[in-house]
Ligand binder design. Structure first.
Ligand code: V47
Length: 390
């Protein structure tokens, strides 16, 4: 039998007593090589929230443009205008893609893009309303905090983030994805993604979203030039932001944390090795343990692989995103943009790991599905009860 890392003993006591971990605990966990104990603790915390349920969703990721005013060193997605492969899609094209996604049974579209230098604010509201008209049941999760700040600038009200979000919400925006957070640290910011918004602004955008009733997610991009202290600091800032949302009783909250392993291929940081599988498992587990007020920890199989995502279900993860279909931001090992996993394969991976797969919508409501047709399980249940009482 392998002995437990003695440094983890006081942390284990806290986890079993449902007590908050300190930044020093986070650091100890990230330094420890005792992956089994870390996994066991994360699994304990995860089961307290979700028992043996594992969520997945049927979604489609869409990118409206890869033209970007920024040049983040970790990013291989962006292009400059007139550069080979640069694109910007008209609204009709995006609405058609969303319609096809809905016809194929998707419950969500996840839409992000570069900071396009001259598309006007109308382009974004038109995009949302065209998608809503084309596919009214689809939830639109769109625009990272960085894009929201960009939209506030182009709509000439850089300080009115809440007003911009309200306009987008009125046009059909359902929630915010967690992208663009990278690592909340000024040194890392200046070296790897200078020009992007800093942590305070990223958090302000999410707070404004929560105030007006939008739910949102949060990411951390790890395994490049950040330190372990930076990762812990990032977790603490997210945890405090969620504490404030709960304390202030905002109608919106953070739902999910998505730790994203840095994929070096074709980026300016290509010389870096990127994280290993053990780093990935540890980050997912420590996210669960440090972010005790985030209900969900998601593995994004596009970056972690489906095989590791399956294993990560024993390391604190309760959610796998998703069927995806198209993904242009990272393409591991020279694969193209068509990156899709079938529902049968997803469910099989979850079952084989000993968990119960549950299809969810974006807001984690259970979905009742017959082929491409679906409705919320609560609605189906209410209808069945009404039927029985007639
Ligand atoms: O914002 C960019 C990151 C993010 C690389 O909210 C990279 O449900 C790794 O945020 N290696 C987009 N990561 C993905 C994202 C996301 C994914 C799935 C679900 C959700 C959600 C959000 O990907 C970007 C950036 O932080 N990224 N380049 C790279 N080379």
């Amino acid at each position: 039998m392998i002995a437990m890392d003695p440094q983890l003993e006081p942390i284990a006591e806290k986890v079993y007593a449902n007590q908050r971990l300190s930044p020093a605990d986070g650091h100890t966990l990230l330094l420890s090589r005792d992956i089994w104990t870390i996994g066991e603790l994360a699994d304990h915390a995860r089961r307290r929230w979700h028992g043996d349920t594992v969520y997945y969703n049927i979604n489609r990721h869409m990118n409206y443009t890869n033209i970007c005013a920024l040049s983040c060193k970790f990013c291989s997605f962006y292009r400059k205008k007139d550069q080979d492969g640069a694109y910007e899609y008209p609204v009709d094209h995006l609405a058609q893609q969303a319609r096809e996604a809905a016809e194929a049974g998707a419950t969500e579209v996840h839409i992000v893009g570069g900071l396009h230098p001259w598309l006007g604010f109308d382009y974004y509201t038109d995009m949302l309303s065209a998608i809503r008209d084309a596919a009214p049941a689809l939830h639109i999760k769109a625009f990272t905090a960085v894009e929201i700040v960009h939209l506030a600038r182009i709509s000439k009200r850089p300080r009115d983030i809440e007003g911009v979000l309200r306009d987008l919400q009125a046009a059909g925006l359902g929630s915010l994805p967690g992208g663009g957070a990278e690592v909340f640290d000024d040194r890392v910011h200046d070296e790897a993604f200078k020009g992007k918004i800093r942590s305070e602004q990223w958090l302000e955008v999410h707070e404004a979203a929560h105030r007006i009733g939008l739910r949102s997610n949060a990411t951390i991009l790890y395994g490049h030039i950040e330190s372990l202290e930076d990762r812990v600091h990032h977790f603490c800032l997210l945890r405090e932001a969620q504490d404030r949302a709960i304390r202030d009783n905002h109608p919106g909250r953070f739902q999910t944390v998505i730790p994203l392993p840095f994929v070096p291929d074709r980026s300016e940081l290509e010389h870096l090795p990127g994280p290993t599988g053990l780093d990935d498992l540890k980050m997912l587990a420590v996210s669960r343990l440090m972010l005790d007020n985030f209900p969900h920890v998601k593995a994004f199989w596009i970056m972690q692989t489906l095989e590791l995502s399956q294993l990560s279900l024993h390391f604190g993860v309760d959610d796998i995103d998703g069927t995806v279909v198209w993904y242009d931001i990272t393409k591991v090992g020279g694969c193209g943009t068509h990156q899709e996993v079938g529902v049968t394969e997803l469910r099989r991976a979850v079952r084989q790991a000993g968990f119960e797969p549950v299809e969810r919508d974006t807001l984690y409501r259970h979905v009742d599905r017959q082929g491409a047709t679906w409705r919320l399980a609560a609605e189906a249940h209410a209808e069945a009860v009404m039927g029985a009482s007639r």
